[in-house]
Design a binder for this molecule. Structure first.
Ligand SMILES: Nc1ncnc2c1ncn2[C@@H]1O[C@H](COP(=O)(O)OP(=O)(O)OP(=O)(O)O)[C@@H](O)[C@H]1O
Ligand SMILES: [Cu+]
Length: 741
């Protein structure tokens, strides 16, 4: 597969506290020499980096991330994440235990709680100071570390808000204890201590973080890569003996044995055995696919029948499975338009909220409650804590990650997250014919040689010219020649004009095979008889190729191709979605009209060169329409790229993975409908998330500024806002599971 130069690196990242951290890692990696592209996703806790291997290496990149204060792990390996979660839980427990006595002591401050006996030693300012210090600088240390590295990088994140807010409460109380000595223990002379405030805030934030990471892990688990489908040990045949060897030691050409129920560990060709293989996790096709010698099989599929012998063609990172996995991770780390906007807003948010907090303090201290310093401080603190836009940063990516993971499991690989965004707005879907609407396995249906020529002689020459073309028509011509036992003569100087046809030189002269456009372009002579044949065949929906030797037409070949069984239904589903479906084909009007009619498509355009398809898309886009295009990955690649959402239909081939924005591994139009439906649900979910996150900040900040929120409530509300967003994204996960069945 071709792609931009450079090596790719996938990482799992631990210790990010909000999307500002992800942005910071991205920025820092961007400045590292040799890094071409870096995308970091807070939602999936992953990073995807492309770098020039001769300028830097994976170790240097990992080191850079570690130096920023984050943990680095292998992306397939979630254990580092679970370890981080366990650590978080431990911090939460310790924090809660240490906070309890402080809350107990606080009971003494309230009339209503005066019945609660408070032991004298707990009331001691020194004891409280000790407990609070342990929380603030023990449990709370990571807040300081993260805040510090964020500030050093010139940014601010939620750690800055938390560290600042709790330190203020802590230091104030600290000052009080020292100013008044241990007098805080005196029952009547209760000191205004706020140790409990900082402690409870830290506990609340930790609780929220813990809940968020728990539910995010749950939401992401299924949308995770395909790590589980990778075999660790493989049975290979060496010196006529079956042996279990580590997966890494299998080489191309090795014969692999896969027993009943076994996981196919490599991409390859079946050389022995007959069986059925379940490809559903790769392509979404739920029916088992029959395999016999000569069939292609892929890693990650499951043998449902008898033992298969497979000659290894690709292993490890080169397999289709691994490449899909890499594409998916890249997509999950990539950013959409909405997300960029939101990130820009939230980057401004933290400084803005620092200002709002300062203004709250001044308003209370100078005007609302002059003289009551603690009231002003508590309100300012609440603003600081409630303001964190962490839910905002999570709103878009978490839903996108879930949706792309779910789609991939149906054989619909979204390569750019932004395609999901445009897909939800698509109005027009352009389909091409061969291989998209039809099976793409045409057969020769009829032949009409020119006078003086036999069908066999004409076919032989045509097959010689088509010998190397990847076009399905070429395959049909070659197949027919083979079936008739004809051996095409050797030819040289092969040429292929996309959308026109092919040519080659052989002993008899220059042969050309192609459509009517090629014949006109090259001004072939003697077309009359062939045209008559073509008129009849095309009216019947067949495709006609013309064959010429030395510029003179020597006959015509008609090809029949069947519509895919599910095409009419899929077209209908797209129309029910409210989409305008067009057929744009390089074929002639007759077959175009016939295919359109059979599939239930009202508008079609024939004789479209690949450039024409591109121009059509551009023209529609100029009218302000959002266009999706589905075609084969190889000659429609430019049109697929120009469309707002390009679907490559070429099945499990390289071209399909390289072209367009979405690859349909099971080359069926139903995938387009599924992707559109999923994108709409996803965008709705994202909008709910964003609406909630914005509303939360818009409502809660004034409430806090008015002094109506205790700081601990503010801390809890901030943390719970992300939990709410993740919860909503989990709902999407369930919806998609039902929708994509
Ligand atoms: N290898 C080839 N051999 C013969 N004719 C060809 C070949 N490639 C292209 N042509 C001619 O050019 C026309 C356009 O080809 P193109 O691949 O763009 O479209 P298509 O396969 O007919 O249909 P669609 O655009 O729907 O996939 C074909 O209909 C055929 O007449
Ligand atoms: Cu936050």
């Amino acid at each position: 597969m071709e792609g931009p130069k450079g090596a790719a690196l996938d990482l799992g990242i631990q210790g990010m506290s909000c999307s500002a951290c992800a942005a910071r890692i991205e920025k820092s990696l961007g400045k590292l020499g040799g890094v071409q592209e870096a995308a970091v996703s807070y939602a999936s806790r992953r990073a995807w980096i492309r770098y020039a291997p001769d300028e830097t290496d994976a170790e240097a990149i990992k080191e850079r991330v570690r130096r920023l204060g984050f943990g680095v792990s292998d992306p397939g390996d979630r254990s580092a994440e679970y370890a981080a979660m366990r650590l978080l839980r431990l911090r939460l427990l310790v924090s809660a235990l240490l906070t309890l006595p402080l809350l107990w002591a606080m009971a003494g401050h309230y009339e209503a709680l005066s019945f609660v006996p408070v032991p004298a030693f707990i009331r001691s300012g020194w004891v409280q100071l000790a407990l609070a210090t342990a929380i603030q600088f023990g449990v709370g240390l990571p807040f300081y570390q993260n805040a510090w590295s964020a500030l050093r990088a010139g940014g601010a994140n939620m750690d800055v808000l938390v560290a600042l807010g709790t330190s203020a409460a802590y230091l104030y109380s600290h000052y009080v204890v020292f100013a008044h000595g241990a007098a805080g223990s005196h029952p009547d002379g209760m000191l205004p201590l706020y140790f409990d405030t900082g402690a409870v805030v830290i506990t609340a934030v930790l609780l929220g973080k813990y809940m968020e990471s728990r539910s995010a892990a749950r939401a992401l688990r299924e949308s995770d890569g395909y790590a589980k489908l990778k075999a660790e040990e493989i049975t290979v045949l060496r010196a006529d003996e079956a042996r279990r060897v580590p997966a890494a030691s299998v080489r191309d050409g090795d014969i692999v044995l896969v027993g009943p129920g076994g996981l196919v560990p490599v991409d390859g060709i079946v050389t022995g055995g007959q069986s059925e293989v379940d490809e559903s996790l790769l392509t979404g096709e739920s029916r088992a696919v029959p395999k016999r010698p000569g069939s292609r099989v892929w890693a990650g599929t499951t043998n449902r029948g008898d033992t298969l012998r497979i000659r290894t063609e690709t292993t490890g990172e080169g397999t289709l499975l691994s490449r899909i996995d890499a594409l998916l991770r890249q997509a999950q780390a990539s950013k959409t338009g909405i997300q960029r906007k939101v990130d820009r807003i939230s980057a401004r948010f933290v400084p803005l909220m620092l200002l709002a907090s300062a203004m709250t303090y001044l308003a209370w201290a100078l005007w609302l409650a002059p003289g009551d310093g603690s009231r002003a401080a508590l309100s300012a603190l609440a603003v600081l804590l409630v303001a964190c836009p962490c839910a905002l940063g999570l709103a878009t990516p978490i839903s996108l990650v879930i949706a792309s993971g779910k789609l991939a499991r149906r054989g619909i690989v979204v390569k750019e997250a932004s395609a999901l965004e445009s897909l939800a707005k698509v109005e027009v879907v352009l389909l091409d014919k061969t291989g998209t609407l039809t099976e793409g396995r045409p057969c020769v249906a009829g032949m009409q040689p020119a006078p003086g020529w036999s069908a066999a002689a004409m076919l032989k020459l045509a097959a010689a010219a088509e010998a190397e073309s990847p076009h399905p028509y070429a395959a049909a011509v070659r197949e027919e020649a083979r079936r008739r036992g004809l051996v095409p003569p050797p030819a040289t100087g092969r040429l292929e004009w996309t959308g026109y046809g092919v040519a080659a030189d052989c002993a008899e002269g220059r042969i050309a095979v192609g459509g009517r456009q090629l014949a006109q372009q090259e001004r072939w002579s003697g077309m009359k008889r062939a045209e008559g044949f073509a008129a009849i065949r095309e009216a019947g929906g067949e495709t006609v190729l013309f064959v010429a030797l030395g510029g003179e037409c020597i006959g015509a070949i008609s090809l029949g191709d069947r519509l895919k069984r599910e095409s009419p239904e899929a077209v209908q589903a797209l129309r029910t979605d409210g989409l305008d479906v067009w057929l744009a084909t390089g074929d002639a009007a007759g077959p175009a009209a016939a295919a359109a009619k059979e599939a239930g498509i009202a508008r079609w355009k024939a004789g479209m060169l690949p450039e024409d398809k591109l121009q059509l898309i551009r023209a529609l886009q100029r009218e302000g329409r959002v266009v999706a295009m589905a075609g084969d990955g190889w000659n429609d690649a430019p049109a697929l790229a120009a469309a707002d959402a390009g679907f490559a239909m070429a099945g499990g081939t390289d071209a399909a993975l390289a072209a367009g924005h979405v690859a349909l591994l099971r080359s069926s139009l139903t995938g387009i409908h599924a992707a559109v439906a999923a994108s709409r649900l996803t965008m709705r979910n994202i909008k709910q998330n964003l609406g909630f996150a914005f509303l939360y900040n818009i409502v809660m900040v004034p409430v806090a500024a008015c002094g109506l929120l205790e700081p601990w409530m503010a801390g809890a509300a901030m943390a719970l806002s992300s939990v709410t967003v993740v919860g909503n994204a989990l709902r999407l996960s369930g919806r998609l599971a039902r929708e994509l069945r």
